[in-house]
Write a protein that binds this ligand. Sequence first.
Ligand code: GDP
Ligand code: MG
Length: 599
Amino acid sequence: TDQAHIRNFCIIAHIDHGKSTLADRLLEFTGTVSKRELMAQTLDQMELEREKGITIKAQAVRMRYTALDGEEYELNLIDTPGHVDFTYEVSRSLAACEGALLVIDATQGIEAQTLANLYLALEADLSIIPVINKIDLPSAEPEKVRQEVEDVIGIPKEECILASAKEGTGTQDILEAIVKLVQPPKGEVEQPLRALVFDSHYDAYKGVIAYVRVVDGQLHQDERVVMMATGSTTDILEAGYFHPRLISAGALTTGEVGYIATGFKNVKDCRVGDTVTLPSALTRVEPLSGYQPAKPMVFAGLYPVEGNDYPLLRDALDRLQLNDASLFYEPETSGALGFGFRCGFLGLLHMEIIQERLEREYNLDILATAPSVAYLVTKTDGTTMEVDNPSAMPSFGDIEKIEEPWMDISIFTPSRYIGTIMDLVTTRRGTYKDLKYIEAERVLLTYSMPLAELIIDFYDQLKTRTQGYASLDYSFGGYHESDLVKLDILVNGVAVDALSLIVHREKAYHQGRALVEKLRGLIPRQLFEVPIQAAIGSRVISRETVKAMRKDVLAKCYGGDITRKRKLLEKQKEGKKRMKIVGNVEIPQEAFMAVLSLG
Ligand code: GDP
Ligand code: MG
């Protein structure tokens, strides 16, 4: 298609505002996919995505639309991941577009990720088309939200399109707006090839399938190409577009969005953000801007519950990584847990997704340690190191300073919750930056806060304290020095490395006490008394005791009726699955996660 008739756009929204539903309506209206095929929510393919209601992998679908001006256009819809953990992927997807539909729920108004995504879209220079969705709902307040768009975003309220993705209202208006308001792609057909990789997935037969936006020039099947950042070369096995299945087309030209089958065996050869070019042009062209490898922010140890499963876990991680270049892992040994892996994730959601996939798709029972952040440690001998596992922290006598990652966070909330949020953020060592009134009763609060505090139950606390009304967004804000100490946990006199954590000195006493109290409730009674202690260095700061099991407790349970007995046995079996014997004490999975609910 000639460039003047191509439009590349994406849909951005706060979670649940209707992005996927709207995408479905567009596919249906343009006849790209039939209603029946849509049943399985075309754009959100993975089962996990559907359940969690989020989009993990960006997708791109080509549609043909005959506009009211009588011309036929090629519209490429690029789906973006909807969660802050995947910001880098969002920004790469946006870089492949010229326009964005900004979907806002008419019953909710602008929320944290509405703005976060909008800022990313503005940074990428996209035309923004605001769509106020769910106007079919009785509680919809389209006029109010329109005004919000004008006041907060600065787009005249007349430009908002009112829609119901559920009922199909406004679909054609949206398509017309895309044709009229989104710029056609600007690249140069005569220039050497430059294509942006904005996503990829692994295919067992064709190797890595790279999702590309051709910025300049053209690419063809069988042509040799080179990846500018990694230097890997390959012959294009196949080139085509998504419909939404892969349709081979032999070539892609300037402005088009599609895929190339690279034959690469690992997504690492073909990173998101990389530029594809021709070997002959390698020294003549500038790489497209902004390539950076995704950086893991949250780390945890993953251990097989059954030691024998270690090789299976390694294979599973290998395979997951084929598809997910942002997943990091390396072997690690724990005195308490045995052989496992230290894994790095983009955020807590990413960690949860990987863990669930290991369990569901690979049938592994995994024991995860509490998540940690990566600390920058400068030792007294002048050397620096990155420590992402509390038990690997050098002894404190050898440490000059420790720096930890801080995040800039923004919270949208009804103003009545300002007090409780201030309170929450302060207990998490956060510092206040700004407060802006969005309208009479809604505010945007911004803070700085250590990531280590953010990953400990902050989101749930925020939701609880605001009856679910507040929304949160965050981004990396740099490393800052902190007064941190290592808290060791001893069970039955033995330090359990997998339970160690790094805490702020001022909170160490309180957290140590809260943690041992929690552990007392989580560690099941044994035949003997089990002391649980928290210590900083050799100083014990808190102690609790798990009392020995009384024989008659068991007897009583087993005397009950048969269903109750079976339930109990099942429960025990279930519990057994995620226990580790440390020393001679059984420690359940929950104990390793207890730190997450200390608040
Ligand atoms: P996403 O997270 O932005 O992709 O949101 P989804 O498209 O998954 O929609 C979230 C929920 O809102 C789903 O239960 C949808 O059925 C519902 N929804 C989406 N659009 C509309 C709409 O226009 N009207 C109504 N009533 N519900 C909608
Ligand atoms: Mg969705």
